[in-house]
Each structure stands twice: as C-alpha cells, then as structure tokens.
Design a binder for this molecule. Structure first.
Ligand SMILES: Nc1ncnc2c1ncn2[C@@H]1O[C@H](COP(=O)(O)OP(=O)(O)O)[C@@H](O)[C@H]1O
Ligand SMILES: [Mg+2]
Length: 148
C-alpha cells in the first residue's frame, strides 16, 4: 500500500513531551477526517507508548531520545511507530499481559489500551538496545457508521 503522507520527529525524554507527541500525532491523524472519539483514542495510545519509553525504557533519565513516526496510507490506514534506545523488554509476551507491570505502583494496562484501540500492535525489542512499538488502525473498519 502506498504512503500518502508521512511525518517523523524526535524529542528529549522529558515527561512534558508526552503531551507534545500526543498533540502532534493527533493533528496529523486529523487529516483522515476521523471521528473525535477516534482522535481521543489515538492520543491515548501515543501517550501510553511515549510514557513507556520515558519511564521504562529510560528509567526517567531526561537526556535520551524518543522517535515518533506516523504514516497515512492510501487505504486510510494510520501507522504510528514509537521508538526508544533504552533498556528494551526481556519478555514481550509477558509485558503485554493485562495488568502486568514491572513496577508494582503502576496499572500495567498501557499495552492493553494500545492493543484494544488499534487494529494491530507489533513490538520489536532487544534488551539493552531499545524498543519499537508499531501500531496500525484502519479508518474504514472501525468508523464505518460515522461515514454512512
Ligand atoms: N519502551 C519500553 N522499554 C522497556 N520496557 C517497557 C517499555 N514499554 C513497556 N515496557 C515494559 O512492559 C510493561 C508493561 O507496560 P504497560 O502495559 O504500559 O504497563 P505499565 O506502564 O503500567 O507498567 C512495563 O511495566 C515495562 O516493564
Ligand atoms: Mg505503560
């Protein structure tokens, strides 16, 4: 499928940049003319993925790099990639289980939200090298009613 539009940006691993990344991807996704509900869901999944990079990937170290890329394909599919070069995930299968968290103070639902609001979720991760989360959602599948 052909890419219709593409953006890529990187930023410092600071908590204030979670809102920045969320707003950027939401503005980009708005080109799809999808529902406001869908935009809210996209904002949530971007927040979850970027927070994970900052909190887990980098252990809240503020001088590291997070990269976000988003693409819109000709078939109205949106792809979002969030990447860090941090700790990586030892056991991805375990990490994506609902309520699993390596930090007992956290809810462990970030991946569960990402998976449920998007059509596809792929996690590439290597301990010591980093993590890349690729999320895809098609805007004919879920918002059909909105266009009828
Ligand atoms: N980018 C990342 N780098 C390293 N570990 C991660 C990353 N994202 C997620 N994880 C691991 O996966 C677990 C589950 O993530 P998530 O479902 O978002 O729950 P929570 O953030 O509440 O712990 C985290 O507790 C962490 O151990
Ligand atoms: Mg999380």
């Amino acid at each position: 499928m052909n890419v219709k539009n593409y953006v890529r940006f990187e930023f410092q691993s600071l908590p204030e940049n979670v809102a920045f990344a969320r707003a950027c991807v939401a503005a980009f996704a708005a080109q799809l003319d999808c529902t406001l509900d869908a935009i809210e869901e996209i904002k949530l999944v971007v927040s979850e993925a970027v927070s994970n990079s900052i909190i887990h990937g980098y252990g809240n170290r503020p001088n590291e790099k997070v990269v976000v890329a988003a693409s819109i394909f000709d078939d109205r599919t949106l792809e979002i990639i969030v990447e860090d070069y941090g700790s990586g995930i030892k056991d991805v299968e375990k990490a994506i289980q609902p309520t699993f968290s390596s930090d007992p103070a956290r809810m462990g639902l970030g991946f569960t939200f990402m998976k449920s609001f998007m059509d596809e979720m792929e996690i590439l991760s290597k301990p010591g090298e980093g993590t890349s989360v690729r999320l895809k959602r098609s805007f004919f599948a879920k918002d059909k009613e909105a266009y009828a």
